[in-house]
Write a protein that binds this ligand. Structure first.
Ligand code: TYD
Length: 197
């Protein structure tokens, strides 16, 4: 089972994905967690470049996809084949929202590259943590070159559009609430939709 968390920076997905990881682990389930970009040595090196360098938007897209292909081939596919549970802090929807809707790269091209880099892998369930940009940016301590308000507005709209297009996979969770309230929602939905717990 592949469970992904998506949302703009400051939406709380890192906190919530780690919380779910600990929760499932305590229940004795075989669960792993990775963040994107990252999760392998190569992907972590690419992450550093992506966060620190001023890249052209095409190069940026390709490096995110290169990092993802490495994570998929070395970690995700073997773990999922072995029947383990994988939680991801960001995945393909981030690329569609940030590079597609945010930077304005052709959406079909981004979708094609997403399919290519993941060998066609799709999440079983995606939690989209939604929050307004202003509140989200107040929560972000170390801002990166992605944390521009107008850019994040486009990214947020992109994520909402993805949720609207794929309601069977993407669960919209309002995250302008307490950490506990958001987590309770996530656990409830996971129970209802997957029967995992
Ligand atoms: P992340 O570590 O999730 O940042 P944060 O902890 O602030 O949420 O991701 C790093 C940045 O990379 C983030 O600003 C979003 C961006 N990103 C993309 O633009 N495209 C992508 O495909 C991914 C995975 C991330």
């Amino acid at each position: 089972m592949l469970i992904t968390f998506e949302g703009i920076d400051g939406s709380g997905k890192t906190t919530q994905s780690r919380r779910l990881f600990n929760y499932l682990k305590e229940k004795g389930l075989p669960v792993h967690i990775f963040r994107e970009p990252g999760g392998t040595q190569l992907a972590e090196s690419l992450r550093k470049i992506l966060l620190e360098e001023e890249l052209d938007e095409r190069g940026e897209l390709l490096l995110f996809e290169a990092a993802r292909a490495d994570l998929c081939s070395k970690k995700l596919l073997p773990l999922l084949d072995a029947g383990e549970i994988v939680i991801l802090d960001r995945f393909t929807d981030s690329t569609l929202a940030y590079q597609g809707y945010g930077r304005g790269i052709d959406l079909e091209l981004v979708k094609t590259l997403n399919t290519f880099s993941t060998f066609g892998l799709r999440p079983d369930i995606t939690f989209l943590l939604d929050i307004d940009v202003e509140t989200a940016l107040e929560r972000v301590r170390e801002k990166t070159r992605f944390d521009e308000p107008l850019f994040l507005e486009k990214v947020r709209r992109g994520f909402l559009e993805i949720a609207r297009e794929e309601p069977d996979r993407v669960v919209l969770i309002g995250s302008k609430r307490s950490e506990d309230e958001v987590f309770e929602d996530i656990v409830r939905v996971l129970k209802d939709r997957t029967g995992l717990i």
